[in-house]
Ligand binder design. Structure first.
Ligand code: FE
Length: 285
């Protein structure tokens, strides 16, 4: 544990990957460069003006042992799952899915004026919740509160708290903060983050300096990984506003065994997941 403003520990350039049935995305966590930032297992940024890059989508697939958070900036995604949810999420909406012991779901992007952009984050579940009942929270854009500061900083609060505004996503095992922060040019923003929690900033518009004054300018898109401290400091370094997701969460400190959409504690549990799929006993009932 260490108090003070968090220093930049690493800056990750997202890598192009192809996922699902052929969707092009940019991945910052779950790569050879950065496998895991406990409790965060994966971070993808999808975005394109060309429907061919995303229309193949993510046909029906399983998950076990994790939570997935999808946050849309543009476009639409049709979804349905084995616990009976179905619908469409669009710009500004958030879908927080707890797979628990087993869910099957489908995520199929649809173009809206050709554009599609958003993020998917995977948050690990502790061993005691890996086989729990699946859960699904959908938060429409209008239900996500926005904190506005006098200096022009705006924060959409998905989970956690900023400027006294609390986000609607609750009861998540990792006690996460998920903030969409926009900082006007030349302005500084400081956010309290619990000591000992992992903290990340995903820069997706503009340029910023994080940590100490005079630090390296981070362009978009980049993932900033912070060292420990009790707050995160960011300053918009360019002419345009800086926009980033600020993510933090409590590390689990447990062993992980990951295989595609399953993340468990041991190899045996992964084999069990594959066997349950084969036997048709995968889905939680
Ligand atoms: Fe999925």
């Amino acid at each position: 544990m260490a108090s003070g403003a968090r220093k930049v520990a690493d800056i990750i350039e997202p890598q192009p990957v192809i996922e699902g049935a052929g969707v092009k995305l940019r991945r910052s966590i779950a790569t050879r460069r950065l496998n895991y930032v406990d409790p965060f297992l994966l971070f993808d940024h999808f975005g394109s003006d060309d429907p061919r890059d995303y229309l193949p989508g993510f046909p029906m697939h399983p998950h076990r042992g994790i939570e997935t958070v999808t946050y849309m900036l543009a476009g639409l995604v049709d979804h349905k799952d084995s616990i009976g949810n179905a619908g469409t999420i669009g710009a500004g909406d958030v879908q927080w899915m707890t797979s628990g012991g087993g869910i099957l779901h489908e995520e199929m992007p649809k173009p809206k004026e050709g554009k599609m952009e958003g993020f998917q984050l995977w948050v690990n579940l502790p061993a005691r919740l890996k086989m729990s009942r699946p859960r699904y929270q959908e938060i429409p854009a209008a239900a996500i509160p926005v904190a506005r500061r006098a200096d022009g900083v705006t924060v959409r609060v998905v989970a956690g708290e900023s400027e006294g505004v609390r986000g609607p996503v609750t009861e998540i095992a990792a006690d996460p903060e998920y903030l969409d922060v926009t900082v006007p040019s030349g302005t500084e923003y400081v956010q309290a983050v619990p000591e000992g929690h992992a903290a990340l900033a995903y820069v997706f518009e503009g340029d910023g300096v994080f940590g100490e004054e005079g630090g390296q300018v981070v362009p978009s898109p980049r993932m900033v990984v912070f060292g420990d401290g009790d707050r995160v400091r960011a300053k918009a370094a360019g002419k345009k506003p800086l926009r980033f997701l600020l993510l933090s969460g409590k590390p689990l400190g447990e062993p992980i065994a990951r295989y595609g959409p399953f993340v468990m504690n041991t190899k045996e549990e992964i084999e069990q997941a594959l066997e349950d799929l084969r036997k048709g006993t995968f889905v939680w009932r």
